[in-house]
Write a protein that binds this ligand. Structure first.
Ligand SMILES: *Cc1c(COP(=O)(O)O)cnc(C)c1O
Length: 224
């Protein structure tokens, strides 16, 4: 059913990212485009790999474990980011798959990551997820708890690269991007994982270093 799919979008997205970088007075190429391949058929993912893209995101450990070891045999230097929730009993498996974890959001998980980093002798870079919209159903540290949690993560020697947020669906995302940037600045962090298909340009304007773009690159996800 996906046979007519032509992977032309990556080029268009790259052009839009470069324009947003230039408009914001930022260096071209300074924003990392994480192509979010969750749920996408392998043929689409392979097409984007064929075009030379190397940075991908998945939101489930299990799904990533099912497809990325094979792709990595075919394609060199793939960088994989975990952008979805992580259970403590999957941390070790996540270490074997991901270079970056964007969803560290609670002490129990931070402790598990720190312990397994000790045992494994390496650690993926870490983004701390902030629930900027204070939505009860959403993962993430509340803004008022962010400073102390960031401190605790540093105390555990986690390689904290920055902060991540997923704005509420029905609110102006730039308010949330600005809040995330403010929390990062006051904590001496410059990594900002924010912006998705619908809003990555405004995220780049507000300092995003990593944007997570799925459907704009691969087409709509088919959950049926
Ligand atoms: C699925 C997902 C994305 C990508 O969403 P698109 O709207 O398809 O770009 C980004 N971030 C997270 C956390 C996701 O789960």
């Amino acid at each position: 059913m996906f046979e007519g799919y032509k992977p032309v979008s990556l080029e268009q997205i790259t052009a839009r990212v470069q324009k947003a970088e230039a408009d914001a007075g930022r260096n071209i190429g300074s924003v990392s485009v994480i192509a979010v391949s969750k749920v996408q058929p392998n043929s689409r993912v392979e097409a984007v790999l064929q075009q030379g893209h190397q940075v991908f995101g998945e939101n489930r450990v299990q799904e990533a474990a099912g497809k990325w070891p094979k792709f990595r045999e075919q394609f060199q230097n793939v960088e994989l980011h975990l952008i979805g929730p992580l259970q403590t009993n999957k941390v070790r498996q996540a270490f074997g798959l991901f270079q970056s974890i964007h969803s560290v959001d609670r002490p129990k998980l931070a402790n598990a990551v720190a312990r397994i980093a000790q045992e494994e002798g390496h650690c993926p870079e870490v983004f701390i997820q902030i629930n900027t919209g204070e939505e009860p159903q959403k993962a993430g540290v509340l803004p008022m708890d962010a400073d102390s949690f960031i401190n605790d993560c540093r105390g555990l020697d986690l390689p904290v690269r920055g902060l991540m947020c997923i704005p509420p669906a029905d609110e102006e995302p730039s308010l949330h991007f600005a809040l995330l940037a403010k929390i990062a600045t006051r904590n001496g962090l410059d990594g900002l994982s924010m912006g998705m298909s619908g809003d990555f340009e405004s995220a780049i304007a507000l300092g995003a270093t990593h944007i997570r773009v799925g459907s704009a690159i691969f087409g709509a996800r088919d959950y049926s």
